[in-house]
Design a binder for this molecule. Structure first.
Ligand code: SF4
Ligand code: SF4
Length: 134
C-alpha cells in the first residue's frame, strides 16, 4: 500500500517496493472505496466486486493474484488516485496509538519506515492524520 510519499520524511519515505501490496490477507474496502474505484475503472459496484474482489467473511477485499500481489499492482498501484482508505493510511495506522512498538513491528515489513524515529513524533503524526482523514 504505497503511501503518498509526501508525508514527514523523517518518519517515512515510500521506496515503492510494493511489499505492502503483497500477501497481507486482503485490503478491506469501504463503501466509498467501492464507489470511487468502480467509477475510476469505468465499471459499477456490482461488476467491480464480482471481478476484482474476494470475500473475507462477508466483507469485500481486493483480490490477490496467484503471485500474492494485489490485483491492482503492476509495478505501481494502478488505482493510486482512488486507492482504498486502508492503503492511503499506511503506515500510519491506529494500532500505533495502542502500542508504539507496532511501529517497529511494521517497520520489519516496510523499508520506507524510519524505525529510529522518535515514537512520540510518530504517534503525534498518526493522531493528526487520523483526525484529518476520518
Ligand atoms: S490498491 Fe494499490 S496500494 Fe492498495 S494494495 Fe492494491 S496496489 Fe497496493
Ligand atoms: S512496503 Fe513500505 S516502502 Fe514498500 S511500497 Fe509499501 S509503503 Fe512503500
Amino acid at each position: 500500500m504505497p503511501s503518498d510519499c509526501i508525508v514527514t520524511k523523517e518518519l517515512f519515505e515510500c521506496r515503492r517496493c510494493g511489499d505492502c501490496c503483497k500477501g497481507f490477507g486482503g485490503t478491506y474496502l469501504t463503501g466509498e472505496d467501492i464507489e470511487a474505484i468502480s467509477r475510476y475503472i469505468g465499471s459499477n459496484p456490482e461488476k467491480f466486486i464480482a471481478r476484482y474482489c474476494s470475500l473475507s467473511g462477508t466483507k469485500p477485499v481486493l483480490a490477490q493474484r496467484s503471485d500474492g500481489y494485489c490485483i491492482f499492482w503492476d509495478n505501481i498501484c494502478t488505482i493510486h488516485l482512488v486507492k482504498p482508505h486502508m492503503c492511503r493510511k499506511w503506515p500510519f495506522i491506529e494500532s500505533i496509538l495502542v502500542d508504539a512498538k507496532n511501529w517497529l513491528i511494521i517497520a520489519d515489513s516496510c523499508p520506507g519506515i524510519h524505525a529510529d524515529a522518535p515514537v512520540d513524533a510518530v504517534q503525534k503524526y498518526v493522531k493528526k492524520k487520523l483526525t484529518r482523514d476520518n
